[in-house]
Design a protein around this ligand. Sequence first.
Ligand SMILES: [Zn+2]
Length: 65
Amino acid sequence: MKRHPYEWRLWLRTRLPWFLINLGFADKGNDCQNVNAQHKWYNINNESSGCYYCKVVVNGKKWNK
Ligand SMILES: [Zn+2]
């Protein structure tokens, strides 16, 4: 399986100082599907799912599937 195109940004966000992240150095991608990649969901509030790689948020427990 090839590497996720946004994976380096996720890697950066876990390591860069917060002020660099706030400046947009490691911003999330707009949508994984734009680059033919899979979302990686996490639980936002037990009702919505967010993607680690991009800014997409959807209703439902996607992380649970
Ligand atoms: Zn995504």
